[in-house]
Design a protein around this ligand. Sequence first.
Ligand code: SAM
Length: 267
Amino acid sequence: MSELFQHRARKRFGQNFLKDSGIIDRILRSIHAVSTDHLLEIGPGQGALTEGLLASGALLDVIELDQDLIPLLKLRFGLNTLFHLHQGDALKFDIASLTKDEGEKLRVVGNLPYNISTPLIFHLLSHHHVIHDMHFMLQKEVVERMAADPGSSDWGRLTIMVQYFCQVEHLFNVPPECFTPAPKVDSAIVRLTPYQTLPYPAKSHQLLELVVREAFNQRRKTLRNTLKRLLSVDDIEKANVDSGLRPEQLTLAEFVRLADQLYINQH
Ligand code: SAM
């Protein structure tokens, strides 16, 4: 890489750049991009994944927040007509604006900045209808939470909202030595595939989020206590859920029934 662009990794942008070519190849093989794809890479950094993504011949939009990386990205990829660079914050980006044709879907990819990964995933879930799939590098614990089963201590708000919209696959782990600088935590690659038809559709996604957030505000307490501002014990029983259970003991389907009961009460 050009001496002109000696970039010092910035902590506040969550910059840990991939340097291990074996892992980069393994990630690219898992994504398996083809020329008919429309890809979106979040946080391309210095282009560790970008180069291989472009080699597939797919259309590639990238969103990078750090202004200092823009000249480097332009120099490396700017002449490729498939490459479209957006400088800005992925958390505020209207990703639906990238799709041109009715029914077109994006394949989203990113070695994500760990400090914003949860809000970013919630932001992307709100655009689930324009996403074909997502491949992310995340902190290993976050991937474990996404893939958790009910009853485990990892089962929580993130798990439920991700599993409501997507099939979750924990693909493989990535050790700190694969990055520069090395992060203090282990990482993992996850594939999230939004369902075409939701297995447990709620009458309102927003009410489901509200019920789940309220329930897990005090995860050690029983539902009759955590949900009392939203649902009475009678309401909970009407939804065919045991009000003496703790939130981490409930399945996704049970949360959907509680959200639907709240919807019925409000309409
Ligand atoms: N993809 C590169 C790699 O694998 O080497 C860089 C990964 S680094 C973990 C995260 C990247 O996301 C950095 O380039 C950082 O500047 C960028 N970034 C941080 N916050 C962002 C945001 N809100 N929107 C878009 N990019 C962001």
